[in-house]
Design a protein around this ligand. Structure first.
Ligand code: KG4
Ligand code: ZN
Length: 338
């Protein structure tokens, strides 16, 4: 049996997880509330919070898994992409732990982690995972990509956003209507009570499998500004309908390219990953589309959609099997491709 300790610290969640083979034994996440007041993640504050949280979070992950630190065969960390100062905390901890325990160090690409989160298994549960090759729509706060996943460690990006990410569109539009950061989950909840056809927002015309969300953000901002000038209560009166209409537009944009990509590549195994994959509207729309296009879809467990260390540990597990270890002089990368 292979036991791996995974560390994730790329943005504003400090997380540690223990995986034994493909089974998650613990997955501790400490989210940083400090950023709420600023309407977005403040990098300097994130690094400091990681520094405070990392030891207690790792300690709890080991205890909850019911193992000793001497049972751990390798330690994995997120190399990037992410905030440099935040990545540095996780990486430095991992190097120290690897040296102290004399075990291998494994670097993990955060985006690859999101995609492979579909393979995390839980004991005493029926687990489902996609078959290779599959198309993954990776939608997070920092990325929006269409990826062909050929095997655990072989992935090809066929399309991506040329400006904002889908999560960023949710968060920035949420801010415009006075919702706190991160606004994505709040829009999701309010949208459930609204009419998605109340308002129309502009959709981009972008070539190939690429995305763009900055035009939508601007169109939403101007729409709110113009209506606010006429009625100061406009947002309050229409909040649910605004959220439902915005969410529908984002989902339509995401699905249009996913359908196009599936048709062009003839891949019908479809998955989603990343924080926005928690969106209930997107999950429902995917189920509807799967019937129309005979797709075999795999929806990740909600708890593994947003940032977590179990996804880092599972990716490291497959790298461990291939003996893909990192050197002790490895450094974090703010920008890193799959
Ligand atoms: O993957 P993630 O935790 O962090 C990054 O790697 O970026 O994704 C965070 C993003 C945020 O933009 C957040 O608003 C969005 O995921 N998000 C959602 C939902 N839950 C999280 N967006 C829409 N609906 C949700 N339910
Ligand atoms: Zn992420």
């Amino acid at each position: 049996m292979v036991t791996i300790l995974g560390i994730e610290s790329s943005c504003d969640d400090t997380s540690a997880a223990i995986i034994q083979d493909e089974y998650v034994m613990s997955n501790i996440i400490s989210s940083q509330d400090v950023h709420k007041a600023y309407g977005g993640v403040v990098p300097e504050l994130a690094s400091r919070a990681h520094q405070q949280n990392i030891i207690p979070v790792v300690d709890l992950a080991i205890k909850k898994a019911g193992i000793s630190k001497n049972d751990i065969n390798a330690i994995a960390f997120t190399k990037g992409p992410g905030l440099l100062g935040s990545l540095m905390v996780g990486l430095s901890f991992a190097k120290g732990f690897a040296l102290a325990q004399n075990i291998p160090l494994i670097e993990v690409n955060h985006l690859q982690g999101h995609i492979l989160s579909q393979f995390i298994k839980e004991k005493n549960k029926e687990n489902s995972s996609p078959e290779f090759p599959f198309l993954c729509l990776l939608v997070s706060g920092g990325h929006t990509q269409l990826v062909i996943v050929k095997s655990y460690l072989e992935m090809e990006i066929i399309g991506q956003t040329i400006d904002d990410a889908a999560g960023e569109a949710f968060d920035k539009c949420a801010k415009v209507i006075g919702l706190p950061y991160p606004g994505g989950p709040l829009i999701d909840n309010l949208a459930k009570k609204g009419n998605p056809d109340s308002f129309k927002f502009s959709k981009p015309k972008i070539d190939n499998f690429n995305y763009s969300f900055s035009g939508l953000k601007t169109s939403f901002l101007y729409f709110i500004r113009d209506n606010y000038a006429i009625d100061k209560q406009f947002v309050e009166k229409n909040k649910n309908d605004l959220c439902a209409s915005l969410q529908k537009t984002i989902i339509d944009i995401l699905l249009e390219k996913l359908i196009f990509a599936s048709n062009k590549t003839n891949i019908k195994n479809i998955t989603i990953a990343g924080g926005v994959a928690a969106n209930s509207g997107l999950r429902n729309a995917l189920c509807t589309e799967s019937e129309k296009h005979c797709w075999k879809i795999n929806l990740p467990e909600l708890k593994y959609t947003t940032d977590n260390a179990a996804m880092i540990a599972i990716t490291a597990y497959y790298k461990y099997l291939e003996k893909q270890f990192a050197n002790l002089d490895v450094s974090p990368k703010a920008r890193l491709k799959i």
